[in-house]
Ligand binder design. Structure first.
Ligand SMILES: Nc1ncnc2c1ncn2[C@@H]1O[C@H](COP(=O)(O)OP(=O)(O)OP(=O)(O)O)[C@@H](O)[C@H]1O
Ligand SMILES: [Mg+2]
Length: 359
C-alpha cells in the first residue's frame, strides 16, 4: 500500500497514513533502538494502549494491529481528528483564549475524574528519587560522556546564565538525593496510573463540538498498567508549553561568554504569543483547579514536586537532543533551561524546609 502522507513526530519512529476500506489508518513503525524511542519502546507503547483501551475506550485509540518482526515493530491505529493535537490547536490555530482554556481545563478535569486512580498506597520516596533525581542525573552523565562541550561546562561548580549564578544541577541533585527529610516531604502519598508522556503534542483533539480527545504515545511496560506519579504527567504537560518546542525548534539564542557563562533567551519575537498564554492557562489551572482536586488533598508536596519534575524533564531530554539534532546548541538549551528551573525550585525548598546555607 502506498502511503497518502507522512506525519511528523519527535522521534525515530516513522508515521504514515494509509487508506483501507474507506478509512484512514496510521502506521507507526520503528526499526532501531535508541534512548527514549525505538522498537522496544513502540512495542510497550502499543501493548499499554491496548490494555488501557479496555478501560477507557473513549479517550484511548484503538490498536488495530501490532506487528513484530526481527528488524521492525509496526503498529496500526485509526487516524483521528485530522491529526490535530492539543498543542497545535492552542498554539497554531485561531482558537480564542477562552475556548482554549475551556478545552485544556476539560481535558485535565476529565483525566482527574477518570484516568488517575490510586493503584498503591504508602509514601513513595523512591518515586522522587528514581524519576526526578536519578533519571536527570544519569541523563546529564550520558550527555557529558557523549559531548565534550557539556563535559567542560559541567566541570564547574556554578554556571552563570544572563549574569545570574546557578549551582551545577549535578550538585543540587546530589544534595536532594541525600536529604531524606525533604524527599519525604515532597513525595506522593499514593501511586497512580500514569500516561508517562503527557505533552500536549500527545493529546489528539477533535475540533468539532462536543470536544473529544485521545491520548497517544504513552510510555508503557509490556501489557501492564503503568503506576507512578500523576505529577510526572502534569509536569510533562507544562514542559510541553514552557519550552520543549521552543528549544527543540531552535527558537532561542545561546551565546557562550566563558566556559561556564552564557547569554540565553527565547526568541520571543519569532513565537506565536499563544504559546505564552497556553502556559499561563496551565498555571491558572494549577492555581485554581488542581489544588482543589481530591488528588492533591493529602499530597502537600505536589507543587514543589511539579517544579522539580519540570526541571527534570528538561535535563532528562539532553541525550535525546544529542541523538536527534546532533548539534550542541539544542542540547545546551535544554541543559540551561533545566539548570535555571532546578535552581529556582531548590531555592524555594530551601525556604520552605529551612535548609541551611550549605544544604
Ligand atoms: N492515531 C493518530 N491519529 C492522528 N494523528 C496521529 C495519530 N498518531 C500520531 N499522530 C500524529 O503524529 C504525531 C507523532 O505521533 P507520536 O506522538 O505517536 O510519535 P512520536 O512522538 O514521534 O513518537 P515517540 O514519542 O513514540 O518516539 C502526533 O503528534 C500526531 O500529530
Ligand atoms: Mg509523540
Amino acid at each position: 500500500m502506498t502511503p497518502l502522507f507522512e506525519l511528523k513526530g519527535g522521534s525515530m519512529a516513522t508515521l504514515r497514513v494509509f487508506e483501507r476500506g474507506g478509512k484512514l489508518i496510521v502506521r507507526k513503525s520503528a526499526s532501531e533502538e535508541g534512548i527514549n524511542n525505538g522498537k522496544t519502546k513502540l512495542y510497550y507503547e502499543a501493548t499499554y494502549l491496548k490494555t488501557l483501551r479496555k478501560f477507557y475506550p473513549d479517550i484511548i485509540p484503538e490498536i488495530l494491529e501490532i506487528n513484530v518482526s526481527d528488524d521492525q515493530v509496526a503498529v496500526e491505529m485509526p487516524y483521528y481528528y485530522d491529526g490535530l493535537t492539543l498543542h497545535d490547536l492552542i498554539v497554531k490555530t485561531n482558537i480564542s483564549q477562552i475556548a482554549g482554556k475551556k478545552i485544556m481545563f476539560h481535558i485535565l478535569d476529565y483525566l482527574f475524574n477518570t484516568f488517575y486512580k490510586v493503584t498503591d498506597t504508602g509514601v513513595a520516596n523512591e518515586v522522587v528519587k528514581i524519576l526526578y533525581i536519578n533519571r536527570p542525573k544519569e541523563r546529564i552523565i550520558t550527555g557529558i560522556e557523549g559531548n565534550s562541550n557539556l563535559k567542560r561546562i559541567s566541570a564547574n561548580e556554578s554556571i552563570i546564565i544572563n549574569k545570574n549564578r546557578y549551582t551545577n544541577p549535578l550538585i543540587l541533585l546530589d544534595k536532594l538525593s541525600n536529604n531524606e527529610r525533604v524527599l519525604e516531604s515532597i513525595s506522593p502519598r499514593h501511586i497512580y496510573q500514569t500516561h508517562f508522556d503527557l505533552i500536549p503534542h500527545n493529546i489528539l483533539v477533535n475540533e468539532e463540538l462536543p470536544k473529544e480527545f485521545k491520548l497517544i504515545d504513552p510510555r508503557g511496560q509490556e501489557g501492564n498498567l503503568m503506576a507512578s506519579d500523576y505529577i510526572y504527567d502534569m509536569a510533562k504537560f507544562k514542559f510541553g508549553f514552557s519550552g520543549f518546542d521552543i528549544l527543540k525548534n531552535k527558537r532561542f539564542t545561546v551565546r557562550t561568554i566563558k566556559d561556564n557563562e552564557f547569554i540565553f533567551f527565547y526568541d520571543y519575537s519569532r513565537l506565536n504569543k499563544r504559546s505564552f498564554w497556553s502556559e499561563l492557562t496551565f498555571i491558572d489551572y494549577i492555581k485554581t483547579e488542581l489544588k482543589d482536586q481530591w488528588i492533591t488533598q493529602d499530597d502537600s508536596g505536589w507543587a514543589e514536586r511539579l517544579l522539580l519534575a519540570e526541571a527534570s524533564h528538561f535535563l532528562s531530554d539532553i541525550p535525546c537532543r544529542m541523538i536527534k539534532e546532533g548539534d550542541d546548541d539544542t542540547m545546551l538549551g535544554f541543559f540551561l533551561k533545566g539548570t535555571i528551573l532546578l535552581n529556582d525550585v531548590y531555592n524555594k525548598m530551601k525556604v520552605r524546609h529551612n535548609l541551611n546555607i550549605n544544604d
